[in-house]
Design a protein around this ligand. Structure first.
Ligand code: PEP
Length: 258
C-alpha cells in the first residue's frame, strides 16, 4: 500500500492567533488556486497552543482539508501540572497530530526518549497521530555514528508501542545540525537514515508495519530542495520549520510534484 506523503509545518513559538488565521487562510487559498489534491499529499499546520482554537474555527467554518495539531503534550490527564496541556484538551480542539520529542524540547526541556515514547502512547490512546522526532547532533554526525545513534532513539521511543500503533504513527528524522541552520542534509543523507529507520521498524515489528509507517525528513526544507528529498524511497514527507511561516513558500513545498 502506497504511503501518502505528509507535509507538516511546525510554526514553533511564532505567530499569534490573528497571524495564524491569516496564514491558514492564505495557505488554503494558495493551495486551492493551484488545485492541490489533499488526498495525494496531506497538509498539516502545527501552531502554538494559543492559536489552535482559531485554526479549528477556520478549518471547521470553511471545511478546509488542512489538518492541524500541537507541538507537545503532557503525559498527565489533568491536575496540578502548571503550564501543561493534556491529550483530552487537544482532541476537543480537533487536533490530528502532536509532535513529540522535537530536538528543541529535548535540548531545552531535558526530554528523554523514554518520555517521548510515553507521550507518543498518550497521543495514540487519545486517537491522534504522534509525529515522533529523532536526529543526531553535529558531533555524532562527524563521528560517523549517526545511524546507530538514531536507531537507539527509535528502539527506546517505540519500546512501549504495538505494531498497529507504530503503523499509524509518523517518525520525523531531523538531524539537529540541519534545523534552522540553512544546512540541509543531502537527499542521500536523508535516505540513509530514513531507510535505516524503516528497516529497524521491520526488525522490531514486521514488514507490513515497516511499509506502513510514514517517515518524514526535517531540517531546512525549502521549495528549492524539497523535490530531491521527496524523491528518496523512504522519505514520506517533510517536517518544515521556518519555511512553513510563509504561505507561498509552504504551498510550493506541498506542491513539490508540480
Ligand atoms: C523543525 O524545527 O522541525 C525544522 C525542521 O525547522 P527548519 O525547517 O526551520 O530547519
Amino acid at each position: 500500500m502506497a504511503r501518502t506523503p505528509l507535509m507538516a509545518g511546525n510554526w514553533k513559538m511564532n505567530l499569534d492567533h490573528l497571524e495564524a488565521a491569516h496564514l491558514v487562510q492564505s495557505l488554503a487559498w494558495t493551495l486551492k488556486d493551484q488545485g492541490h489534491d489533499y488526498s495525494a499529499v496531506e497538509v498539516a499546520v502545527i501552531p502554538p497552543f494559543t492559536d489552535i482554537r482559531t485554526v479549528q474555527s477556520l478549518v471547521d467554518a470553511d471545511s478546509l482539508p488542512i489538518k492541524y495539531g500541537a507541538q507537545d503534550v503532557s503525559i498527565h490527564d489533568e491536575g496540578a501540572y502548571t503550564g501543561e496541556i493534556s491529550t483530552g484538551m487537544l482532541t476537543k480542539l480537533g487536533c490530528t497530530f502532536v509532535i513529540v520529542g522535537h530536538s528543541e524540547r529535548r535540548q531545552y526541556h531535558g526530554e528523554t526518549n523514554e518520555l517521548v515514547g510515553q507521550k507518543a502512547k498518550k497521543v495514540l490512546d487519545a486517537g491522534m497521530t504522534p509525529i515522533m522526532c529523532c536526529g543526531e547532533a553535529l558531533e555524532i554526525r562527524k563521528a560517523g555514528t549517526h545511524v546507530q545513534f538514531v536507531l537507539g532513539q527509535i528502539d527506546a521511543m517505540l519500546a512501549g508501542l504495538s505494531a498497529a500503533e507504530v503503523a499509524k504513527s509518523v517518525i520525523a528524522y531531523e538531524p539537529i545540525w540541519a534545523i534552522g541552520t540553512g544546512e540541509v542534509a543531502t537527499p542521500q543523507d536523508a535516505q540513509e537514515v530514513c531507510g535505516a529507520i524503516r528497516k529497524r521498524v521491520g526488525e522490531l515489528f514486521d514488514a507490513s508495519t515497516a511499509q506502513a509507517v510514514r517517515i518524514q525528513y526535517g531540517g531546512s526544507v525549502k521549495s528549492k530542495n524539497v523535490r530531491e528529498i521527496m524523491a528518496q524511497p523512504d522519505v514520506d514527507g517533510a517536517l518544515v520549520g521556518g519555511a512553513s511561516l510563509k504561505a507561498d513558500e509552504f504551498a510550493k513545498i506541498v506542491t513539490y510534484q508540480k
